[in-house]
Design a binder for this molecule. Structure first.
Ligand code: PRT
Ligand code: ZN
Length: 226
């Protein structure tokens, strides 16, 4: 990515976190020239480059030290951390700030016609999700023998399609669940966007000084909105 002296920040290229993350960077005074098709965007007033990628790639890019900072949903971050730990890969990072956008919850939802008396109702059942590590951790914590069925999309149609008995998916307004005849039962994880940094001490002094200058400005922007 060119000059390694420039701070590298990973942001979601296009999705629910993109606009708010870019808006926050601009609000703290970073001038950015973004061309839609391009993976990389440069700041014109700070030694900063943006790497625009799928959100799924951001935790790994930070944990592998390919980028210095990343904007990511806690749901995706925690899932990737569990996945890497189970594969014995380094999973170090530091959360610099919890942000005021990207709020959602990861919930278990079941078809309206299914009788649900708590998580034990899922004993022996299949649950479709994009977050198998978070879901399996929840099963384990609750001593439930159930199976997480991994789907990367259309999770909400899995019960109707006969692929699973229930689902575990992100919810914000609840409209998607309702439209698919599903009822939200248990919240297993609450998430917001966070700004993360490579493992403690991994940045050069210059880069760390820049980060230390930027983070208080983020606090200022968030406080001004409150
Ligand atoms: O292409 P890429 O892989 O980068 O994007 P993506 O499709 O994986 O992610 P994206 O842009 O959908 O979401 C990015 C992040 O936004 C998530 O990881 C969460 O941290 C956060 N977020 C906040 C949400 C939602 N709210 C949300 N409602 N992510 C997804 N949803 C989906 C949910 O999966 C379901 O399909 O919206 C639907 C439910 O919404 P409601 O309002 O009907 O309840
Ligand atoms: Zn994604």
């Amino acid at each position: 990515m060119g000059d390694s002296k420039r701070l590298r920040i990973a942001v979601q290229k296009s999705g629910r976190l993109s606009d708010d993350s870019i808006a926050l960077l601009k609000a703290i005074g970073i001038k950015l020239y973004i061309r839609d098709r391009l993976l990389i965007a440069h700041s014109t007033n700070e030694p900063i480059d943006l790497l625009r990628v799928r959100d799924d790639d951001i935790p790994g890019l930070v944990m592998d030290g390919i980028v210095d900072l990343g904007f990511i949903g806690e749901n995706e971050l925690e899932e990737k951390m569990l996945e890497r730990q189970s594969a014995n890969k380094a999973a170090d990072f530091e959360v610099l700030r919890r942000l005021d956008y990207g709020g959602c919850r990861l919930s278990i939802a079941v078809p309206q016609e299914m009788k649900y008396d708590g998580i034990q109702s899922l004993e022996g059942k299949k649950v479709a999700t994009t977050y198998p590590y978070l879901l399996e951790r929840y099963f384990k914590e609750n001593n439930i023998n159930a199976r997480a069925v991994m789907l990367t999309g259309s999770v909400e149609v899995a019960p109707r399609a006969g692929v699973a008995d229930a689902i575990c998916d992100l919810v914000s307004t609840g409209a998607t669940l309702e439209a698919n005849g599903l009822v939200e039962e248990d919240v297993i994880f609450r998430s917001k966007a966070v700004l993360i940094q490579r493992a403690d001490g991994a940045l050069s002094d210059e880069k760390q000084a820049l980060v230390n200058r930027l983070v208080p400005r983020i606090d200022g922007v968030i406080q001004a909105k409150e």
